[in-house]
Design a protein around this ligand. Sequence first.
Ligand code: ZN
Length: 280
Amino acid sequence: MPADLTGPAAHTSTLPAVHAISTGTLRVHRAFERARGRGLLRFAWALLDRHYSEELPIHAWVIDHPDGPILVDAGELATTSPPPVARFCVRREHEIDVQLAAIGLQPSDLRGVVLTHLHGDHITGVARLAGTPVLASVEALRRGGARALARRNCVAEPLSLLAQPFGAFTRSLRLTDDGRVVAVPVPGHARGQIAIVVVDGDRHIMLGADSAFTQQQLLELHPDGVSFSARTAIRSMRTILEHARLHATVFLPSHDPHSAARLAAREALVTARRTELAWC
Ligand SMILES: [Zn+2]
């Protein structure tokens, strides 16, 4: 299996450059979505908060590349029991194979699946993609991620970012020969988390994973309640904002209810709107 998705062309489709899929929705504790308190208190609030966020999509993305479609994340399954901090609304018709079929794709059409990080709502759908090459960052796989995938009968190929600057990022990895699909590091919410940038004409479409739950949260530099390090999460947010200052960037977090609309409008992030608020 290749360590990236470069190589001979296998398929050409007619989808837009990036296609949004939602494999159902979830609600999470409000203090999970937006940090409340600092230090250990932040984790305690995330776990014990009794209030829930609004309904949030569980996005996966299809990149329509001339060498074949690439799936970013695989979403949830209807049979999954949610963790104590979340409620899921996922039915069989939301699952990734059904969603792919709705846009004319079979799992066998995919050139590969890239997992941004190895939390259940991003990886569980790999069970519906048997035989498709799966890539995940080497850091994420080291931290118990390989075991999480193995429980789903999935073995991922490790993806190592290189010391190749890309915009504001000091490390990156081209996933395709033409350099139009690039992985960049956005650790914080999870160790080894990556975002995928699609160079689409005058826009960079950034599939931002869970680097922020929403674009507004990014602009406020407000971390979530479960990042292993709030400081690391904020550093990644600052890098994303700096990247958006250098290149017109459409920022699409996995769970932002407005991501699909921004993608359709190719609406670039306006960093001047940033309002830095102290989180408490
Ligand atoms: Zn996550």
